[in-house]
Design a protein around this ligand. Structure first.
Ligand code: MN
Length: 285
């Protein structure tokens, strides 16, 4: 419809009414003009590519999708992204689909406004703004997971704070913030992070933390690499289940801030161990 109206406008252009231009010439000029216009329009709206990402990074992103499903963090919903290795203003994320089915061909490149560089006709995740807005505010973050994993929901929906139960979950720090979407979207949203403003508000709530819970929704996990973010997303879910069990018995003694920080330094050097195990399971080799 847009192309048609552009061609019609062209007919009114003085040059198109040249007495030397026959009807065939006019149509050719119109089509050329329309093609030039749409190419220019696309160049103005689509961000430039950072170029091909490291194939090993894309392979890791596919593995991260499969692992997160195999470990019960994502199901048909949820997603994981990684910052582009050639340009920190770009990130990689699968097209809108179930994570367990993701292959290398499904990975798309986005700018930090969460606009796809070349969607190739693919549909993007509605909540991709979670990723772009966290990458904007957190230069240290190179990978993000969003999930609805069930163990964390009791902590997202009550005033009980998710806290580290053992050294493995030291990355939680002393407290885990909870994002209240009503503060930004009002009382009648569908709970989804469907635009940049909501993504920004979530990123502000996350602050310097590794994990933020989302009331009535799920959680988001951030880290310096795919291996680290998968480690944290898996153990956030494990920790939540353990904490729920402990709370039935009595008041737990959680790691304090110093213990949590020291354990995080130790664990940051060990994330490849479970990664290799989980990857072998999830990829079937
Ligand atoms: Mn969601």
């Amino acid at each position: 419809m847009r192309l048609f109206s552009i061609a019609c406008t062209c007919a009114e252009h003085p040059r198109a009414r040249s007495p030397h231009m026959n009807r065939r010439g006019f149509l050719t000029a119109s089509v050329t003009f329309a093609a030039t216009f749409t190419t220019t329009a696309r160049a103005q709206t689509a961000p430039a590519s950072a170029g091909p990402a490291d194939p090993a990074l894309i392979e890791d992103l596919v593995a991260a999708n499969r692992i997160l499903f195999d470990q019960g963090v994502v199901d048909g919903f949820g997603h994981v992204s990684v910052r582009h290795d050639k340009n920190p203003s770009r990130y990689l994320l699968a097209r809108s689909m179930a994570p367990a089915l993701v292959t290398t061909d499904d990975i798309l490149e986005y700018d930090l406004e969460s606009v796809p560089v070349d969607p190739r006709g693919r549909i993007s995740y509605l909540e991709r703004f979670i990723h772009g807005e966290i990458y904007k505010l957190r230069p240290d973050v190179h990978a993000v997971v969003h999930s609805h994993s069930p163990g964390v929901l009791p902590f997202a929906d009550t005033k009980v704070t998710l806290k580290p139960m053992n050294h493995i979950a030291g990355f939680l720090g002393e407290n885990t913030p909870v994002f209240e979407i009503r503060d930004t979207a009002g009382p009648a949203s569908d709970m989804l992070i469907r635009n940049a403003a909501l993504g920004h508000a979530l990123a502000v709530t996350l602050g310097p933390n590794s994990v933020a819970l989302m009331r009535g929704h799920g959680s988001v996990t951030a880290a310096q690499s795919l291996h680290h973010v998968v480690f944290r997303a898996v153990y956030t879910e494990v920790n939540a289940r353990v904490q729920s069990e402990a709370l039935k018995l009595g008041q737990p003694t959680y790691l304090n801030a110093e213990e949590a920080a020291a354990a995080t330094v130790t664990n940051n050097a060990l994330v490849d161990r479970p990664w290799e195990l989980w990857k072998r399971r999830a990829m079937g080799k």
